[in-house]
Design a protein around this ligand. Structure first.
Ligand code: ATP
Ligand code: MG
Length: 225
């Protein structure tokens, strides 16, 4: 069997809150094969976002090891981690987090401004990411001129534009009507099936989880299938 995309071993995360210590994740083991579309469910406060933040290198574990695409994240310097994150991980949020004064095109272009690349190459990539999500014709509109579902598709294009192998999504359909949600889920499925992306999606919606290859539940810091 080939090496998994994500390998967590004994992963724990604690936060200090005043005199208390909260431990949303406790000694978590998790393997995610390359190209899998994994849904993560669990009650509020069960550590779902915490786990996504660890997987994407935004936050670091208190204990345990995390190997992603063969890289042990703890061994990277801050600088290497920033570079790794920019090229390997796309993060999709519930509330899109687009920059309101920029057009769809400019929003998607943003992450590429961090890497050395000609303007021409950058524009080709931005247009192809926007085409993939079906928004090539809306690329010169700002977020206020788009529907929620379209905004989320711009956010997905932004997460994809650097061609990362891992996408993490935190309730990507939580704020959308059923039809827009279905379109987003179909798009995520397509990204895993046709483009080989590994996707970890947090959701509260069992219907959304059905789009995934596998669903895991987080409860009291532990994973159950
Ligand atoms: N930066 C932080 N500092 C202190 N405590 C935190 C921090 N981030 C999360 N927590 C705590 O860790 C626990 C898990 O939070 P997390 O955001 O991962 O939950 P969640 O499963 O994503 O919940 P929800 O479904 O409501 O989004 C909560 O008790 C939360 O208060
Ligand atoms: Mg959360």
């Amino acid at each position: 069997m080939s090496e998994p995309m994500i390998q967590c071993r004994g992963l724990s995360k604690s936060y200090r809150k005043g005199n208390n210590v909260v431990t949303p994740l406790e000694k978590l083991d998790l393997d995610v094969p390359r190209g899998e579309f994994l849904a993560l469910m669990g009650p509020s406060g069960s550590g779902k976002t915490t786990l996504l933040n660890l997987l994407s290198g935004i936050d670091s574990p208190t204990e345990g090891s995390l190997v992603i695409a063969g890289k042990e994240l703890a061994k990277l310097s801050r600088r290497e981690l920033t570079k790794w994150r920019a090229s390997q991980v796309g993060y999709i949020f519930q509330l899109y987090h687009l920059v309101p004064v920029l057009t769809a095109f400019e929003n998607v272009e943003l992450p590429l401004l961090l890497s050395p690349m000609s303007k021409k190459e950058r524009h080709v990539r931005v247009e192809s990411a926007l085409s993939l999500v079906g928004l090539h014709d809306r690329m010169h509109h700002t977020p206020t001129e788009l529907s929620g579902g379209q905004e989320q598709r711009v956010a997905i294009a932004r997460a994809l534009v650097a061609n990362p192998s891992l996408l993490v999504a935190d309730e990507p359909t939580g704020d959308l009507d059923r039809e827009s949600a279905t379109r987003i889920l179909d798009l995520l499925k397509q990204l895993s099936r046709e483009h080989g992306k590994t996707i970890v999606m947090v959701t509260h919606d069992p219907r959304a989880a059905e789009s995934a290859d596998r669903t895991l539940h987080l409860e009291k810091g532990l994973l159950v299938s």
